[in-house]
Write a protein that binds this ligand. Structure first.
Ligand code: GLC
Ligand code: GLC
Length: 669
């Protein structure tokens, strides 16, 4: 039953729900009649999605319809509070939803504190964001969080307060409006798998409030936790083995209960201070939906659904990507469609590619990180061979209509080798051994490697590890700047051209190196991801216009790619057509436009590579290279320098025959 005092209408079907809401909302004069109509129209469209999503998870409960009605009222309350300019944006976006499919869409991501000190500092960087060509800015989580132990902000103590050292929620909303005026969409994290152990719900749970105890997975002893741990995957074994933690495992936990020893155990997928929320309790869904819509009303246009795969736990399973996760997502999605439809979801599911794709749908997340392309880009850089990456582009790139990848080279997290072993098998590659090789290569344990990476969560028990390091350091910029700069540009060329929103991990575009002091801070020393989360690299940025510096070469190259992308009609949308280069070192793909296609070639070898004229014979003989290399004769083949990429506008022969058929048909008619 719901704690909140609210008299809910009695309904037992979707139509009754809509009817009851019509009557109920007509008495609420916070919203004008015209705006109320807008909400009711949306309710007719999305009540079904909301009810079905909730029913799949909570349908057996006797209070199910009360939950559905209460959820609609939660959406309505947020809608009533939604600022006018955002309501206007909602209407615009409903008419033209797919802005992120445009070739103009280019993203950047940064930590507010590390990149600019505060929200006020970030405002001064807006001209830079425009110089680079961004229109999407993801700020890493900037909410109130425990001091020291915050997992870079992913341990949220309040979704409604900004970390006071960065600014205030009012400032954030103003900043969002300012970005909007400049054509830049603000992207915020919705960290909804867990809260910090200092969130008021967690504090109440520790203090013994049974209502809030049910917000988390808390058990009196190890019996049930041990059963779950038989099948659930451990994510940060360096912090704690298994997935549960003693409630008193942190000073905050001890302080709040007032007990000398607190024998309870709580589910903590990530760190000890990140407590997993219990979505089998519908009150958690409603409470989190309300926090989510609060963030939407601050002006976020994309919410990054952090650690989405983990939100449903089922005994005897891995507790990742369970079917209920998708049902809950449909319900959350319906909530924004009702109250804040300008907001889109981005899935952060860094899991097996068969699972990643299941989050990408217009009724779940229209955007998703593309961890497979990211990981295989690094794989190709290490092996100088493109077979795995080519296979992924050929078979796993295209996503449902109206959705797109977010293509990235590096993020604030570690690199995990999340490719499919079955896919690797078909190429004669043993997944397990290959991961070992890649781990060795990027941690510099492999002789002849160019990389300066650091191992993360080295697990001697499972032989597993993941990789940390900035793009520049992993590409070996410290030791061989020239080739490293080329490799960086090659990696970014994929993100810019395969289709979807490219995302720049800010600092990468000026070749920012690893932070050599990362483990001096005792709060971070246990977490190697901090090696690639350095402070704003002022001197690198100062050199960005000096074309003789390596920083200038990288910056100039990335800025150029962004501008070519934005001028190239074929880069709209996400569709990709495979292209076989018949050269194991050269990746090929085509981006179709209306009258022509852009053929992309990328050479991962340390030597020049040739693509023969015969291989290119499916195109008319002249092509136009888009980076200013001019017109080229495809019949004589293409010689690509080491680590270089070409974007060539070509006309497929087949298309010309189709076109001439069409015009012949026309004349015949
Ligand atoms: C996501 C974040 C990562 C964080 C984890 C727990 O995977 O990207 O940085 O540690 O969630 O919130
Ligand atoms: C795991 C999780 C991913 C998270 C990462 C943080 O890979 O699957 O969600 O970002 O850990 O290191």
């Amino acid at each position: 039953m719901f704690q909140q005092e609210m008299i809910l209408p009695t309904v037992t079907s979707r139509d009754e729900l809509i009817g009851a809401m019509k009557r109920r909302l007509s008495q609420d004069d916070r919203v004008s009649p015209a705006d109320r109509e807008v909400f009711l129209r949306r309710l007719s469209s999305y009540a079904g999605q909301l009810v079905n999503g909730l029913r799949a998870v909570y349908g057996r409960r006797p209070d199910f319809w009360e939950l559905a009605a209460a959820s609609v009222l939660t959406a309505w309350d947020s809608y009533a509070e939604r600022p006018d300019d955002l309501r206007k944006l909602d209407v615009e976006r409903e008419a033209a939803p797919s802005w992120f499919l445009s070739r103009q869409a280019v993203g950047g991501v940064c930590y507010v504190d590390r990149y600019a000190g505060s929200i006020a500092g970030l405002r001064e960087r807006i001209p830079y964001f425009k110089e680079l060509g961004l229109n999407y800015l993801h700020l890493m989580p900037l909410y109130e969080c425990p001091e020291g132990n915050s997992d870079g902000g992913y341990a949220v103590s309040s979704y409604r307060r900004v970390d006071p050292s960065l600014g205030t929620m009012e400032e954030l909303a103003e900043f969002a409006a300012e970005l909007r005026a400049e054509g830049i969409a603000l992207v915020l994290d919705f960290v909804f798998n867990h809260t910090s152990n200092e969130h008021e719900w967690a504090r109440a749970a520790v203090a013994g409030d049974s209502y809030y105890e049910q917000f988390y997975w808390i058990y009196p002893d190890r019996t049930v936790p041990a059963q779950f741990e038989e099948t659930a995957r451990e994510i940060f074994p360096d912090d704690h083995p298994g997935v549960f933690t003693r409630v008193d495992a942190t000073p905050a936990g001890r302080a709040a209960s007032g007990l000398e020893e607190d024998p309870r155990w709580v589910w903590t997928t990530f760190h000890r201070f990140q407590w997993d929320l219990n979505y089998s309790n519908p009150a958690v869904f409603r409470a989190m939906a309300s926090e989510m819509l609060f963030l939407a009303n601050q002006g976020a246009q994309v919410l990054r659904l952090d650690a989405v795969a983990f939100i449903w736990k089922q005994m005897g399973t891995t507790c990742e990507s369970q079917p209920q996760v998708h049902d809950l997502l449909r319900a959350f999605n319906a909530m924004v469609k009702l109250a804040a439809p300008a907001v889109e979801f981005k899935s952060e599911a860094i899991v097996h590619p068969d699972e990643v794709i299941r989050y990408i749908h217009t009724d779940q997340c229209v955007l998703s990180y593309n961890p497979l392309q990211m990981a295989l880009g690094w794989e190709a850089s290490a092996t100088r061979k493109v077979a795995m990456l080519q296979q992924a582009l050929n078979e796993r790139h295209n996503t449902p209509e109206g959705t797109a990848w977010v293509n990235y080279v590096r993020s604030h997290d570690d690199i995990g080798w999340t490719f499919s072993d079955e896919d690797a098998d078909r190429l004669g590659i043993n997944g397990h051994d290959h991961r070992r090789f890649l781990n060795g290569f990027y941690t510099g344990r492999f002789e002849g490697s160019f990389a300066n990476g650091v191992a993360f969560q080295d697990n001697p028990r499972t032989g597993d590890c993941r990789i940390c390091g900035t793009t520049a350091s992993l590409m070996g910029l410290e030791t061989e700047p020239g080739p490293a700069a080329d490799r960086i540009l090659l990696a970014y060329s994929l993100a810019m051209s395969t289709g979807g929103v490219p995302l720049v991990y800010l600092g990468d575009e000026v070749g920012q190196l690893n932070d050599p002091t990362w483990d001096e801070d005792p709060d971070n020393a246990h977490d190697a991801r901090w090696v690639h989360r350095p402070e704003y690299p002022l001197s690198d940025y100062e050199r960005r216009h000096d074309l003789f510096s390596v920083q200038g070469r990288i910056f100039g190259g990335i800025q150029r790619m962004i501008s070519v992308r934005q001028q190239t009609e074929e880069f709209d949308g996400t569709r990709l057509i495979p292209f076989e280069t018949h050269n194991p070192h050269v990746l090929g793909y085509q981006r179709p436009g209306e009258h022509s296609v852009v053929l992309c070639l990328a050479n991962f070898s340390d030597w020049s590579q040739f693509v023969t004229g015969e291989t290119l014979s499916g195109f008319l003989s002249t092509g136009e290279e888009l980076h200013g290399n001019g017109t080229i004769d495809l019949r004589s083949g293409i010689l690509l320098d080491a680590h270089s990429f070409w974007w060539i506008r070509v006309i497929p022969v087949q298309q010309t025959t189709e076109l001439s058929h069409k015009s012949a048909e026309k004349t015949a008619r």
